[in-house]
Design a binder for this molecule. Sequence first.
Ligand SMILES: Cc1cc2nc3c(=O)[nH]c(=O)nc-3n(C[C@H](O)[C@H](O)[C@H](O)COP(=O)(O)OP(=O)(O)OC[C@H]3O[C@@H](n4cnc5c(N)ncnc54)[C@H](O)[C@@H]3O)c2cc1C
Length: 407
Amino acid sequence: MAEARSRQVIIAGAGIAGLTAALAFAVRGYPVRVFERAPRLDEVGAGLQLSPNATRILDRLGVLPGLRHTAVRPDAVVLRDASSLAELGRVPLGAAAEWRWKAPYLTSHRADLQAALLAHVAREPGIQLATGAAVKDVTPHPLGVTVSVESAGRISQTSGTMLVAADGVWSDLRRLVGGDPKSRFSGQVAWRRTVRAESVAGQSLARMGVGGAVTAFLAPGFHLVTYPVRAGSALNLVAFTQGKPLGETWAATMDNAVLKHAMRRTAPALLQLAGDVGEWTVWPLHTVRADRPWTAPSGIALIGDAAHAMTPYAAQGAAMAIEDGETLAGHVLARPDSLVAALGAWEKERRQRIEKVARRGRMNRFTWHAAGPVAAVRNLVLRSRKPEKLATDLDWLYGWTPPALKL
Ligand SMILES: Cc1cc2nc3c(=O)[nH]c(=O)nc-3n(C[C@H](O)[C@H](O)[C@H](O)COP(=O)(O)OP(=O)(O)OC[C@H]3O[C@@H](n4cnc5c(N)ncnc54)[C@H](O)[C@@H]3O)c2cc1C
């Protein structure tokens, strides 16, 4: 008698995409095994923005209550001129976002989001998670896939219906679907720093009017975003400049002369923040080519940054990873007769959305980093737009709801 195809879903990577996918498959009744290469899920990283398109999914997966005590619900996104600190435009968030997009807009430390996802994963009997276990290879066969996993120097095999490769921007598993083996350096780097709200830097930012908002300070060739995290006790700062390749890292150090130079035309109070030597860590912004496949008919799907790492100018990296995990599980459940059809339909649907989001990011970068007459027109346009109008322009992004969830 022919053996039945296993229903087990194997996931490589316990980042934001992998953990969301694990929960999304588990609530649909699939047994899940997650393998994470890192021995421990450390507190590397800093802030992430979670727009309503993402929190809607986290809520339906039951993760949101666990995030509420650490995440912050900012009251607006505010764009400011970095030299005068004057407000240029404002998108109302807080209660207005919940009313408009039917889910909260939150900011969170990456570690807090990962911890909330992990806590939920731990309560889900259908999910097994192993750390210190790197997925190395996959062998497709008529009944699914067999995945090779390296742990403590030993290789073992696990079989399942499919492999979800959620191994991030430095993905090695991308090669399994014929994708670009390596991500590409965009020429830009992100400088990251977290300050306590009551510190000198925190109080200086408060005097600049950042309050409980997501604030972006715009200057030619540069912008700096700041927002509260950790229940408001800290402020996350991320600044974007030109830079050099730094390899595969989330926390390199670099001479902050580069940052000071990029901020030379910003207000003295802002420039002061660049001067605190040793406080900033840097990560290189990498992207992957948009024309390479994300799925293989043999039963492999790339999700999150592994598939479509983009520059973070639309602040949608984590949100797209969350959308990917949820929608992939929905498509696989919807086509129990054909995994090939399910993967094809998922990839087609996701490509349209991801491309639109990436376009928005490119537009943000162009307008936010503009100089001279382009910047002057930008400022005029932003100042003339009512906050509600700026919110309406984001309905397609934040108001997005995954196709009917089958729980
Ligand atoms: C340590 C770290 C810090 C970060 N800090 C920030 C930040 O401060 N701000 C920001 O905007 N974004 C940050 N990011 C990126 C952000 O999390 C992602 O852009 C986004 O959430 C998409 O998530 P992802 O799950 O696709 O990738 P990631 O969150 O990068 O997760 C990928 C996971 O896969 C694991 N992995 C890799 N290869 C294998 C393998 N072969 N087998 C098993 N597991 C594997 C990695 O260890 C990692 O845990 C960080 C990512 C990491 C890993």
